[in-house]
Design a binder for this molecule. Structure first.
Ligand SMILES: Cc1ncc(COP(=O)(O)O)c(C=O)c1O
Length: 441
């Protein structure tokens, strides 16, 4: 008699559907088809069926040293064994060490505070900018992602028809979540990345407290700033009295120890970090000029910006961050040299493979971060991508790779991330699999 066999994965997914709202923790992790992952080490992740994937998703990018890095994990094991609990009062010997190290790594940081996530860091950056300037407005970029909180959950991957400016050149506001109060709309303004004129029109109104942006748009692939764009924003912020906030949650520590800001040479007023700063442990950082950071402890309570959090600076997270930064700093040339070299091999290999296809593609890369756009030029902004990228082929390509054991997030334009744990052999194998996939795409 035939009977249905239920796989371990199916059983878990069914239970998830029953007990978890939406079927998975953090709904942006829902992929089609769903997979159940159980283990990760270095450049690889394994699903419950025992299938191995070479990982370029890297959990949305934090694993710059690779999964389960021995040095980082050992620091965590040590601190747990030492019974370094959460004290919730006073300080610990490790807070100053971490703050000093962060300031030593990123030249534009004079002082820092920490959170548990990137979203908390960007929310606090906006609060601080408002406390400093006494203004309410924020200016964001279409196609940028700065976290899930109300005032930044706008205008990510909208279709072209929802990016049509009005007669004054303003983009419509497209929330990416229900439940955001309409009152928030008054303070949020959005322009296209790389459009200095649009940014100036908004800043000239005199109500913008902060221009907050990813200095490279890396939640829609790798969209680079045009020459002079970031410097132009710096000049405009100075002219109109707004703070320039670089959200380096994704670019920071991945492109350079000093953040992308150390490569582009533009100094923001405030910066936010997360992800690679702690190689997968939940750490967020906000930092910048002392004159602004001092508003967290302003003597006048009416001008003081609140920062609080039961778990901020948890010894386990601090230990993981210290270990990550010490490794990055002590082996800087080796680590960034290796990841950049692998990035170059990937870029060159992909370009060669795609050149033989009869549809347009463009490979864009910054260091260890790369993407294949299914369009004939490197995009200038999200509107350009929404108009020209072949989203359907893009997703088909990703799913075919996933089936063959190469893990790219199966949503169009999502960035690929190479880690220090990847090897030349991994890249060569990935390119071989890509060649096979392209033959059938
Ligand atoms: C640029 C950027 N800022 C902020 C965030 C939010 O960070 P978290 O998911 O840790 O809250 C992300 C997350 O993807 C991000 O890419």
């Amino acid at each position: 008699m035939a009977h249905k066999t239920v796989s371990a994965a199916q059983e878990i997914l069914e239970k998830n559907e029953k007990y978890i709202a939406g079927g998975v923790f953090s709904l942006n992790r829902k992929i089609d088809p769903m997979r159940v992952f159980v283990r990760a080490k270095g450049a690889y992740v394994w699903d419950i069926e025992g299938k191995r994937y070479t990982d370029y998703h890297a959990a949305f990018a934090p694993y710059f040293l690779g999964h389960a890095d021995d040095d980082v994990d050992q620091a965590v094991i040590d601190i747990v064994k030492d019974s370094a609990s959460l004290f919730g009062a006073g300080t610990t010997p490790w807070e100053a060490e971490l703050a000093e190290l962060l300031v030593a790594c990123v030249p534009t940081l004079e002082q820092v505070q920490v959170t548990n996530t990137g979203s908390e860091a960007t929310a606090l950056a906006l609060r601080l900018a408002r406390a400093v300037t006494g203004r309410d407005g924020v200016l964001l970029m279409q196609g940028g992602y700065n976290g899930w909180e109300d005032e930044v959950a706008f205008n990510l991957m909208d279709p072209p028809e929802r990016q049509q400016p009005d007669s004054e050149g303003n983009l419509p506001l497209n929330p990416i979540s229900a439940g955001i109060p309409a009152s928030v709309n008054r303070n949020v303004h959005v322009v296209q990345f790389n459009d200095l004129e649009a940014a100036e029109r908004q800043l000239a109104g005199g109500e913008i407290a902060a221009v907050m942006l990813e200095p490279i748009l890396q939640n829609v692939g790798v969209v680079k700033p045009e020459p002079g764009y970031l410097a132009g924003l710096r000049r405009l912020c100075d002219e109109y009295g707004a703070l320039l906030v670089f959200d380096e949650v994704k670019t920071g520590f991945r492109h350079a120890l000093g953040g992308y800001q150390s490569l582009c040479g533009v100094t923001p007023d405030l910066s936010t970090f997360g992800k690679a700063v702690a190689n997968g442990y939940p750490m967020g950082v906000i930092g910048g000029k002392k004159a602004y950071m001092q508003h967290f402890s302003h003597p006048d309570p009416s001008r003081r910006a609140l920062i609080a959090g039961t778990y901020n600076g948890h010894p386990v997270t601090v230990a993981a961050t210290l270990a990550t930064l010490k490794k990055l700093k002590s082996r800087e040339a080796e680590i960034y040299g290796h990841t950049d070299r692998l990035g170059r091999l990937m870029e060159e290999g992909l370009k060669e493979l795609f050149a033989a296809q009869d549809y347009p593609t463009t490979v864009v890369r910054q260091g260890s971060a790369f993407v294949v756009y299914f369009m004939d030029h490197a995009p200038r902004d999200w509107l350009d991508i929404a108009r020209h990228n072949d989203m359907e082929r893009d997703v088909r390509y990703r799913k075919a790779l996933l089936d063959e054991g190469v893990f790219h997030f199966p949503v169009a334009t999502k960035q690929g991330s190479i880690s220090f744990a990847h090897t030349e052999k991994d890249i060569a194998e990935t390119l071989e699999i890509t060649e096979k996939v392209l033959a059938e795409l």
